[in-house]
Design a protein around this ligand. Sequence first.
Ligand SMILES: [Zn+2]
Ligand SMILES: [Zn+2]
Length: 147
Amino acid sequence: MMYAIIFIVLGFAAMEFSGWFIHKYIMHGPLWGIHKTHHQASKSFFELNDLFSLLFGSIAVLLIFLGVGELDFRFWMGVGISLYGISYFIIHDVLVHRRIKWFDRPKSSFLLGIFKAHQAHHATNKKNDAVSFGLFVVPKKYFKIKS
Ligand SMILES: [Zn+2]
Ligand SMILES: [Zn+2]
């Protein structure tokens, strides 16, 4: 049981940290051509940028598939990555960007902090002057300001 939890947490954390890195140095770098579709007002429901979610989702499915026989670390990391993906979808796509209108602006200070940090990321639609690349790991200042 402890074994499972450790690798679920590890999979979840690995996504936030590698996600931060990939977002900052690759998506706002060589793959800006794909990611910029997320920084522009889109006309359709899907954006080219959704390819990244598809890629991360495929990695999770692959790990679960490889590890399901023995329920080894690959399976639990796949579960952790999937939980991250679900949280990311609900917070980033639904709560912040309102691609599906399930909730209004959050009231909890934790969610409001994440919300403001990601809005700050979208304050620009350019490649080079964006801030706040993580989803959960963001500068503390966003949790302090009252509004
Ligand atoms: Zn971005
Ligand atoms: Zn966004």
